[in-house]
Structure formats: structure tokens, C-alpha cells
Design a protein around this ligand. Structure first.
Ligand code: ZN
Length: 121
């Protein structure tokens, strides 16, 4: 199975049969060391077909959205150009880029910094 993080091939590191939960859980690791978990559930045990299809559509929609956002975060062109290409506002593009880039230490707003000094002294 493909790793959801990097797309590399993966192997099952641990398989646990959970008979009381009617499922089998697989702990997997890809060739680049990412760990993820999958589960095998008989379709007949899922509540109803429509619910299952709806859940699958939601998962696919979220994957597509994540891929789009990752592409936006990696795009080095100007915010204006990227926003026009994806039909988004520039503010939304900046928001997506900020949410997917490594967090930097942000200076605390002045009032919070002052209150912290008061508490500490
Ligand atoms: Zn991986």
C-alpha cells in the first residue's frame, strides 16, 4: 500500500485481529520511515451503503483538498498569480501557505507580554 505522506511503498509492521470489533488493524511503515495505520472492515458490517459511499466521498474530497493546498504551499510564484490560478482570494492563499509551513516562534502581542511580566515578577 502507498504511503499517504510520501507515496512510497509500505509494509505491514504489525497486524492485530480485533475479532470483538470485527476488524483487522494494520500498523504500516513506508520505505521512508513514515508510520500509518489502516483497518479492514467487512462492508456488510458498515451501517448502510449510502452512508459508506458518503463517507468515501468525504475522504476523497479531503484528500483532493489537501493535495491542492500542498501544491499551493509549494508554489513559489507570487500570491496574486497563485490566487488567480486556483480561483481563490490572496488572503486564502496566504492562509493555506501559513497553515502548511513549519511554525516559527511568533512574538507575543504587547499586552500578553506585559501580563506575563507582571505574573512572573
Ligand atoms: Zn512515506
Amino acid at each position: 500500500m502507498m504511503c499517504p505522506i510520501c507515496g512510497a511503498d509500505s509494509a505491514v509492521a504489525l497486524k492485530s485481529e480485533r475479532a470483538h470489533e470485527h476488524r483487522t488493524v494494520f500498523s504500516r511503515m513506508c520505505t521512508n520511515g513514515h508510520r500509518f495505520t489502516t483497518a479492514e472492515v467487512p462492508l456488510t458490517l458498515l451501517a448502510d451503503k449510502r452512508e459508506t459511499e458518503c463517507a468515501l466521498r468525504n475522504i476523497e474530497r479531503r484528500i483532493a483538498l489537501y493535495k491542492r493546498n500542498a501544491a499551493i504551499a509549494l508554489d513559489s510564484r507570487l500570491t496574486k498569480v497563485v490566487a488567480a490560478e486556483y480561483g481563490l482570494t490572496e488572503a486564502r492563499v496566504r492562509q493555506i501557505r501559513a497553515s502548511l509551513s513549519p511554525r516559527e516562534e511568533q512574538p507575543k502581542p504587547k499586552t500578553i507580554a506585559l501580563n506575563l511580566e507582571r505574573i512572573e515578577s
